[in-house]
Ligand binder design. Sequence first.
Ligand code: AMP
Length: 216
Amino acid sequence: MRLILLGPPGAGKGTQAQRLADTHSIVQLSTGDMLRAAVAAGTEIGLRAKAVMEAGDLVSDDIVVGIISDRVDQDDCKNGFILDGFPRTLAQAEALERMLAEKSLLLDAVIEMQVDDAALIGRITGRYTCADCGAGYHDENLRPKAAGICDKCGGTTFDRRADDNAETVTSRLKAYHEQTAPLLPYYREKGRLQTVDGMAEIDEVTRQMKAVLGTG
Ligand code: AMP
């Protein structure tokens, strides 16, 4: 199964992608995670992406298309993948179309997570992840069962993203509306777009996703 999750920053793409990856034995491919790893490792791509990401702007299409193209060729993607945060521009969507055709791969669904802009800043500024396994949490909406201990791996160290602050979020939302939102009509016109209510409770969003995919 190959999917695209679309929606603004804070819509819950990462949370839902992790869940679908676990239950459907497919891989979550987050360009944001890959770029953060490149920044942390100080690679050439990381050095080029760092300032752009800190400003809340989009990294160049060439870089992210190259990263995804290499990644989907790896063995763990054979069973399928969920694209989380890619494509983010029409040029990326068109490059993805060509890439999948060249690799003879089909896309099963494009799912839009619809959310009100007003809810996004609180969602983003409250979120954090386990430093050991990457499981996602939120100060109010999704706390670990035991305070300070990761539900998944028992880790006790957590990270907050450098770009999850109120100022950068405003630029990221602007980039979403200007450059990514045009992908909604693009996929709708192709008859591919499905929509779920991203404002619903996390379990309910997962249920809607599975219903859309016919795996619920
Ligand atoms: P995310 O983790 O998806 O919120 O992405 C964090 C940041 O990484 C974004 O604000 C962009 O600067 C960059 N980024 C991630 N994915 C892409 C993409 N597909 N195209 C351009 N920039 C991206």
